[in-house]
Design a protein around this ligand. Structure first.
Ligand SMILES: [Zn+2]
Length: 136
């Protein structure tokens, strides 16, 4: 992938993961440009199909673009960073360490992409203490 495309995706996202809002400047992992619709499902390299991501969520979600919302049992599309507004689907818990789904899409995405996995929640806890989370 061209450096200029990577830079565009990164800048557009304010250097935060477009799924879990992790900030690249405080991460020990390098962020990457991921496909929203995977290449294996004919997802293209257009900016509209690219997302700035704290890890390779494609390794977690494989080729899925939908997931089940446990609360309603509905099969819903995963959060789409280009089409959906983050704040419509997600909010932080009172102590800002857990992501909460406001919608079936939000809940299913948190579950499918493991946005509240152990290491991430622990890291948020430290950043909250440092006054650096949630991102402004
Ligand atoms: Zn993330």
């Amino acid at each position: 992938m061209k450096q200029s495309i990577r830079a565009s995706v990164r800048t557009r996202a304010n250097d935060c993961c477009e799924y879990c809002q992790a900030q690249a400047s405080f991460s020990h992992d390098s962020f990457s440009v991921e496909h929203i619709i995977p290449s294996s499902l004919n997802g293209n390299d257009d900016l509209s199909n690219l997302v700035w991501s704290c890890l390779s969520y494609n390794n977690i979600k494989y080729t899925s673009t939908t997931a089940i919302d446990a609360e309603t049992g509905q099969v819903v599309p995963l959060f789409h960073p280009r089409l959906d507004a983050w704040a419509d689907h997600f909010e932080w818990s009172e102590d800002s360490t857990l992501l909460t789904g406001k919608t079936p899409v939000g809940r299913a995405t948190i579950s499918r992409l493991q946005l509240n996995r152990f290491g991430v929640v622990n890291y948020r806890r430290v950043l909250v203490l440092a006054g650096e989370h949630p991102p402004r």
